[in-house]
Each structure stands twice: as C-alpha cells, then as structure tokens.
Design a protein around this ligand. Structure first.
Ligand code: ADP
Length: 402
C-alpha cells in the first residue's frame, strides 16, 4: 500500500483519537481507526486501538495513558499494516479543531503560533480545544516534515448575519469577552449542503437549504445560496437541539435558580447540561438506538425524551422556514439523521401545507447512499445525505497545501 498523495485526518477528542488515511480526490479510504479510553484505567485485555487497513483489522490492547501514546500506538499499527507514515509522502495532516473563535475562519496551515492560539481559545471550548491542541502537538512531533492543517468546526458560520450571531445581552460585556454565536459542525453542514446541490444538479447559489445534522451532538442550519444564514449552536456546542447528553436550549435563569435553591455552582450546572441532560438526562440513555428500543418497549421516560427531541427539531424547522422565506431542500445527516426513518417522518409530519412530505417507502428503504425521500414533484425536496467530515477535512487540507 502506498500512502503518497493521501491525507491523514486526525480528530482528537477528550478521551479518544479518530483517524483516517484517505485519498482526497478519489475519496478512497486507505485506513481508518480509533484510539479510545485514553487516560482510563482499563484492563490489559481491553481493545483500546482498533485499526482497519490493507491487512484487515489490527488491534492494540491495554491502557493508553495519554494522547501522545495513543497516536504513537496508532502509528505503530500503521507500520504493522505496511505504512511508515513518516516516509510515506503524505500530502498533509488535517486536524479537526472545534473552536476557531474570531481568529480562524478558514483552513489554516499550522505553525507554533497557530497551536498556541488554538490553546488560548480553550475557554470557549473547554471540552474540545485542549484535546485538539494536544493532538496537533503530537502529530507535529511524529511527522515534522509533513504540512499540518487545522480545519475549524466554526468556520462555515463565520459570516452569519449580525442579527443571527448576536446575543441580546449587555453589548459591552459581549464585546469584552467575544460572546457571540459561532456555530459548530460547520464542516458537515458545508459538505452536506454541497452534496445536495451536486445530487440535484443545481447551482448552490439558487438553493434555500435546511440541514439537520443529528448525531450524538446535533445542530440545524439555514443556508441560502451556499452561505449559512443561521445555525442552532452558539457560543458553545450546548445551544440548540436536544442531543445525546446535552440539553440544547434552556432558560439561562435555570443556572441561577439552581445556584440559589440547590447550591449547584456554575461548574456543576455546566457539567449537568453537557453530560447529564438531553436524551440521557430525560431517559437514562444517550444512544439513539437504545432510546428507540426503550420507546418500543413502552418506556414512558424514553417516549417523553423522544417527543422533546422531535418537538425541538420542529421548532427550529419552523424558524428556518420563515428566515429563508421558504425552503427548497431539507436534508438529514449524521448517525440519527441518516439511520432513523422514524425521526425523519416525525420531524416532518403534517407539513404538506408547506409543500413538505416524506414518502414512506423511500424513507424506510435501506441505503447508505445520498437519496431523496420526498415524493416525486414535491415542492420541497427532502434528502438523506451521509456526512463525511474526514473527506471534507482531507480536501480542505490538500487544497491549502497545493
Ligand atoms: P457523532 O456525533 O459522535 O459523530 P454519529 O453521527 O455517529 O455521532 O451519531 C451517533 C448517533 O447515531 C447515536 O445516538 C446512535 O445511536 C445513532 N444511530 C446510529 N445508527 C442508528 C440507527 N440505525 N437508528 C437510530 N439511531 C442510530
């Protein structure tokens, strides 16, 4: 296997590293893997690195104390798989970085100063940016001669109209602390909306689109003429839709109320809203398949969680329909959006008066391809389009380094 012309895409999370080696032009994935449970006390038999490549699936078992060790182990599995990454002639390493703040709004070649700034932005994304920066530092030390590029989750939303990105709080406080709506999952929203235009053979400039990225995290966006005009996530990835463990929109007064009445400090509330809210908080499960199984078995808490999830989705759909002055396409993507016909049908139920309908045969057909699920001649085209953030990052990195 030769990895020349490939891009290595690295997505470092707080306790995991996902990676893919892929050829950006053909989209061919040469290898992919994941390091999980970094820093956790696991047994010597626990699989912590799983690598799928030319020679099938290779594994490493046992604890992974830190991200540097995780990346080194992944590189060792690449070597066992026949690829010496340091001498493979890689075009670039592409890093997913969650928060670009006001500073980064396009793919950026990584220098020492860039890593430092990504770290300085950690206050805006405490769960993500520190891990992203650690991943970048280790990747640069392991592959010092390969250009490294950061691709920011916030970038696609940089140009949100002022009315959409501004919180109605004391303007001097907002200005002093860089408080505005930034939006996340931008790489996915941009990629998916581009694929929609391609699939329909339309110029993106002519389309009003709503994209629903429904994974563990979830976000909606309104896109006019290829540019984002609104999105559901804000200063942090906590705002907006109901997610696996995150609340999405709440009355901010809840935080002060809990501080006064329950003695919960800001950190405790923030932790609850991020880790023990959303589907998890309402039903005890955050995985959507498990939630749907619980709903089917008659679990009332799971039913309520599902209904709140769909209710919030419909509220955003209504808002974006009005903001866009009508819509040409509604697209579902990510784990839940791509795989749950029930969510798609329930989110769009009873909207025929708006020209929005889902064909039940198309909606339930098994497929992993980009596809239309609305009836023929429907005024609004409803689609399912698999997202591919790794490919989008690889292409952005390859384009930047030439
Ligand atoms: P992430 O945000 O971590 O990238 P994904 O986009 O992979 O997550 O989405 C993960 C979610 O998708 C999980 O809640 C999972 O249960 C859900 N999911 C995956 N397959 C299905 C399915 N067949 N039906 C319903 N939900 C699914």
């Amino acid at each position: 296997m030769t990895a020349a012309h490939c891009v290595l895409v690295i997505n470092t999370g707080s306790s995991s590293i996902k990676y893919q080696l892929l050829e950006p032009d053909s989209a061919e994935v040469r290898a992919a893997g994941m390091v999980s449970r970094i820093g956790e006390p696991v047994g010597a038999d626990t699989v912590t690195v799983e690598h799928r490549g030319a020679r099938g699936t290779l594994e490493h078992r046992g604890p992974v104390p830190d991200h540097g060790t995780g990346l080194r182990l992944a590189f060792e599995l690449f070597a066992r798989d026949g690829t010496d990454l340091a001498h493979a002639g890689l075009r670039a390493v592409g890093h997913r970085v969650v928060h670009g703040g006001e500073v980064f709004y396009r793919p950026t070649v990584i220098t020492d100063a860039v890593v430092e700034t990504i770290e300085q932005l950690s206050a805006l994304a405490p769960l993500h940016n520190p891990a992203n920066a650690v991943g970048i530092r280790y990747a640069r030390s392991l592959l010092p001669d390969t250009p490294q590029v950061a691709v920011f989750d916030t970038a696609f939303f940089h140009g949100l109209p002022d009315a959409a990105k501004t919180y109605a709080i004391d303007a001097s406080v907002a200005a002093a602390h860089g408080i505005r709506r930034y939006g996340f999952h931008g790489t996915s929203h941009e990629y998916v909306s581009g694929r929609v235009a391609e699939a329909l053979g339309r110029d993106p400039a002519t389309l009003r689109q709503i994209v629903l990225h429904l994974g563990n995290g979830a976000s909606a966006s309104a896109i006019r003429g290829g540019r984002a005009v609104d999105t559901s996530m804000g200063l942090t990835p906590l705002e907006g839709l109901v997610m696996g463990t995150r609340s999405g929109d709440i009355d901010p007064g809840i935080i002060a109320y809990l501080a006064r009445t329950a003695g919960m400090d800001v950190d405790a509330s923030y932790d609850m809203l991020n880790r023990n809210s959303g589907l998890e908080g309402l039903s005890g499960v955050n995985d959507f398949r498990a939630l749907q199984a619980a709903v089917e078995s008659g679990d009332a808490a799971a039913r309520l969680a599902y209904d709140v999830y769909v209710h919030r989705l419909r509220r955003y759909l209504g808002a974006y329909l009005v903001e866009l002055g009508g819509v040409d396409t509604i697209t579902f993507t990510a784990g839940v959006g791509e795989n749950s016909p029930a969510v798609r049908a329930d989110a769009l139920h009873g909207l025929e008066f708006l020209g929005i309908a889902v064909d039940s045969v198309r909606n339930t057909a098994k497929s992993s391809a980009a596809r239309i699920i609305s009836p023929d001649n429907s005024p609004v085209t409803v689609l399912v389009v698999p997202t591919n953030e790794e490919l989008a990052i690889a292409r952005a990195a390859a384009l930047l380094v030439g």
